[in-house]
Design a binder for this molecule. Structure first.
Ligand SMILES: [Zn+2]
Ligand SMILES: [Zn+2]
Length: 328
């Protein structure tokens, strides 16, 4: 029985190892980042609310501590709910109208046999304008402007902005608001958590650790060899992640605010500048915000409202957006 068990474990481990090795760097990043984020949010809440806050407010009244524990729980819940919404609100595009014959005709019209200067064939290429319905060769369907295929999500994503590795999903038309709200609450959590943890760290942790223990790989190794406690190593890991997420969330919130106010996507910023294209949305800032958050945008920062107040936008024809070529 023992040998059977070892054999089974060996086969399972080998299978897992082989599947990891066959993954590209981005697939590995996509698979492991989501559990890391989940661990950081839930671990940050657990140690923050049940260890750091009671220590920090030990000389205050019970009701004052209770108020902060509720506040900490609300902040973490906002983060968790919006993280789940980024992951599970479907923003993919699936064409249910065009049949296979129609798709083949549309595809043929987009295919061109490209030749070089000598007239020799360079092979078959797809020629589609950026701002047009274009074929997705993977999903075998026509997709609207701003909709792009994501190889990690394995779907065509409406208004694809970027792939978020920490949620393991693309940010697009229906979940962009959750990404923005998540970044906002992540910054609040990092500020609130950082303020309380700093005093806890300097008083309770610092006497027991060395400077290099503040780096999470060193802390994990030293915990394995028994130099510091496991709880200390977990707190260092969460602290490192909070510092990293504070930086990332701030950058993303600034970037998203700029993109939404200009009516462009991160995909367009990254990919079509080289083609000298300008994407313009002449609506007011309030209308551009409504095209992402729906009406009463501020309410989304309290409750997720994608199912009640959808984006005020047509994600198939984009009637308010124009694309022009830069005159060089
Ligand atoms: Zn596709
Ligand atoms: Zn994706």
């Amino acid at each position: 029985m023992g040998f059977e068990m070892i054999d089974y474990l060996y086969k399972t481990t080998s299978k897992w190892k082989a599947s990891v090795e066959s993954m590209s760097y981005y697939e590995v990043l996509n698979t492991f980042s989501a559990p890391v984020y989940f661990f950081t949010i839930s671990g940050g809440w657990y140690y923050g609310v049940w260890l750091v806050l009671p220590w920090y407010y030990k000389d205050f009244s019970q009701s004052f501590l209770f108020f902060h524990q509720i506040l900490g729980t609300i902040i973490c819940s906002e983060m968790m709910v919006n993280w789940l919404c980024i992951r599970f609100v479907d923003t993919s595009y699936l064409d249910r109208k065009t049949n296979e014959e129609e798709y083949k005709k549309l595809l043929e019209s987009a295919v061109k046999n490209q030749t070089n200067n000598n007239g020799k064939s360079k092979g078959i290429v797809l020629q589609c304008k950026y701002w047009s319905w274009a074929p997705c060769l993977v999903c075998k369907q026509m997709r609207p402007p701003r909709c792009h295929h994501c190889p990690l999500c394995e779907k065509c994503v409406l208004k694809r902005d970027h792939h978020c590795y920490f949620a393991g999903r693309c940010v697009g038309f229906y979940n962009q608001r959750h990404f923005v709200v998540f970044c906002f609450w992540a910054i609040v959590a990092c500020l609130y958590g950082g303020l309380h943890s700093f005093t806890y760290m300097t008083n309770e942790m610092w006497p027991h650790i060395r400077f290099l223990d503040l780096l999470f790989p060193v802390a994990i190794l030293r915990a394995i060899f028994g130099y510091i406690s496991l709880q200390m190593a977990i707190l260092v890991c969460i602290g490192n992640m909070i510092a990293y997420f504070a930086y990332q969330s701030s950058m993303f919130l600034l970037d998203m605010s700029s993109l939404i106010s200009r009516g462009v996507t991160q995909f367009e910023e990254a990919n079509i500048h080289g083609n000298k294209m300008i994407v313009t949305d002449k609506r007011s800032t309030a209308d551009k915000i409504a095209s992402v958050f729906g009406k009463f945008w501020i309410l989304n920062f309290i409750v997720p409202l994608h199912f009640v107040l959808p984006p005020v936008e047509d994600p198939f024809s984009w009637p308010h957006t124009t694309v022009t070529t830069k005159s060089s």
